[in-house]
Design a binder for this molecule. Structure first.
Ligand SMILES: C[S@@+](CC[C@H](N)C(=O)[O-])C[C@H]1O[C@@H](n2cnc3c(N)ncnc32)[C@H](O)[C@@H]1O
Length: 259
């Protein structure tokens, strides 16, 4: 859909955070899920908002033909350094045009939440469907936040220590965050504070970044998928295929482009 008044996407933040991304998000707990889905479905595979290839690279190593679309040039450059058999495409997943159809389409680890209004979310889903072969599958995975994480204590931002991550060089990365959730817009504004320590415990750097996401719910996501022509096939609350419940930290929806 042509949207002349569309705001330019917030790409700067991930550009600024690209050097921290691999230190911050080394997790692999979701990778077996995407690999087995790819084994079950047909390729080729496209990942939307692929970051530095945390999911795309293992898919390519498994032998799949993988295209990774990413808005941030810096994230994409880091991905390219990791693996060159992935086809890296700079672009906005809401409107980028790739010249082929895919059997599996992946939108993992909150890339969908980077779309800050309904129009962008719908544009993305339409675009993803246009790039799926008949019968092809789209998988979307987003984090689910608890009521405590969304509540502002006494009108203040919600401040927490998120983690201390051990690094390969023997140092550590600490992250603190101050978040505010706007129930009217479903926008969560996050201010993330990073402290990098060397192996001796000396602080090497301290930085802050702003990040904005728009949360979604199971029903909203299902409805958006239906509105853009998908048939929802499965909904999970975790990467072992467990049901979606009030305790779930993840929402995974698999939807098919009808044959
Ligand atoms: C939380 S990261 C997830 C990266 C990757 N999917 C993973 O699992 O590690 C979100 C990524 O989506 C990218 N992104 C945000 N909006 C985008 C858009 N409109 N088109 C393409 N990529 C986008 C960001 O630059 C960032 O790299």
């Amino acid at each position: 859909m042509d949207r002349p008044n569309k705001e330019p996407p917030l790409l700067a933040e991930y550009d600024l955070m690209a050097d921290l991304y691999n230190l911050e998000y080394g997790h692999e707990y979701d990778v077996p899920f995407w690999l087995s889905l790819a084994d079950r479905e047909r390729g080729p595979v496209v990942e939307w908002g692929a970051g530095t290839g945390r999911v795309s690279v293992p898919l390519a190593r498994r032998g799949f033909n993988v295209t990774a679309v990413e808005l941030s040039q810096k994230m994409l450059e880091r991905g390219k350094k990791k693996n060159q058999s992935v086809e890296w495409v700079p672009g906005d997943m809401c409107d980028v045009k790739l010249d082929r159809l895919f059997g599996l389409s992946v939108c993992a680890f909150n890339s969908f939440l980077c779309l800050l209004d309904l129009e962008d979310a719908l544009d993305f889903l339409r675009n993803a469907r246009e790039h799926l072969a008949p019968g092809g599958m789209l998988g979307v995975e987003v984090s689910v936040f608890s009521p405590e994480e969304l509540a502002d204590p006494l009108g203040m931002a919600n401040v927490r220590h998120d983690f201390t991550r051990p690094l390969d060089n023997g140092g550590t990365l600490d992250r603190f965050s101050a978040t505010r959730y706007d129930t009217a817009t479903q926008i969560m504004d996050m201010r993330l504070f990073y402290e990098l320590f060397d192996p001796s415990g000396e602080m090497k750097s301290r930085r802050a970044h702003e990040l904005r996401i728009r949360l979604t719910t199971r029903d909203e996501l299902e409805l958006m998928l239906r509105a853009t022509g998908f048939v929802v096939e499965s909904v999970y609350g975790g990467f072992d295929g467990e049901p979606f419940t009030p305790e779930s930290d993840h929402l995974i929806v698999l939807a098919r482009n009808p044959a």
